[in-house]
Design a protein around this ligand. Structure first.
Ligand SMILES: Cc1cc2nc3c(=O)[nH]c(=O)nc-3n(C[C@H](O)[C@H](O)[C@H](O)COP(=O)(O)OP(=O)(O)OC[C@H]3O[C@@H](n4cnc5c(N)ncnc54)[C@H](O)[C@@H]3O)c2cc1C
Length: 140
């Protein structure tokens, strides 16, 4: 299955046989998971004149990991503070909320409770600026 994005970011479906008659894509993204679709969308926003195809081997988008995850908008807590991964995760978090707000997509901000089960973990939690709660659990 081949998907193309129009300038509104709408995904159009074409079977591979009909896609053969639509040569001339500027760019093909292989894989219609969140990374492929989000990449294609961002490229189209930055370069609206491009004709982009998303090539997905399954019959639907997000058939694998992207459609089977926990649905958590991660806060970057598990990444080294100040690292690129941590920064991108936090930036992505804000962009995700903005995207949801603009499209009235519901979400819940339930916070995160992180439990340190030993001294090492407790020290790790202390250096993180994202920590809201630290609970000491007595190990017996
Ligand atoms: C159990 C679990 C829970 C998770 N929970 C969360 C969470 O709560 N929050 C979060 O942010 N992340 C979570 N993740 C991580 C997140 O789901 C993944 O990082 C993300 O979905 C990866 O997206 P992707 O597009 O890279 O991969 P995928 O979603 O796997 O997409 C790749 C696509 O490429 C297609 N493909 C592969 N090879 C080809 C080919 N040769 N030709 C055409 N198409 C091809 C596949 O069919 C697939 O559709 C979780 C992951 C797991 C496993």
């Amino acid at each position: 299955m081949l998907r193309t994005l129009n300038s509104s970011g709408l995904i159009l479906r074409r079977s591979l046989s009909s896609a053969n008659n639509n040569a001339g894509y500027d760019l093909s993204v292989i894989g219609g998971g969140i990374v492929g679709v989000a990449s294609a969308r961002e490229i189209l926003i930055r370069h609206p004149h491009l004709k982009i195809a998303i090539v997905e081997k399954e019959k639907t988008l997000a058939f694998h990991q992207s459609g089977h995850n926990s649905g958590v908008i991660h806060a970057g807590i598990y990444y080294k503070p100040g690292s690129l991964k941590a920064k991108l995760c936090v930036e992505g978090l804000h962009l995700t909320y903005k995207y949801c707000d603009e499209r009235n997509i519901p979400y819940k901000k339930v916070g995160k409770l992180i439990v340190a089960t030993n001294k090492v973990e407790e020290e790790r939690l202390k250096v993180s600026k994202y920590v809201m709660f630290v609970i000491n659990v007595a190990l017996t």
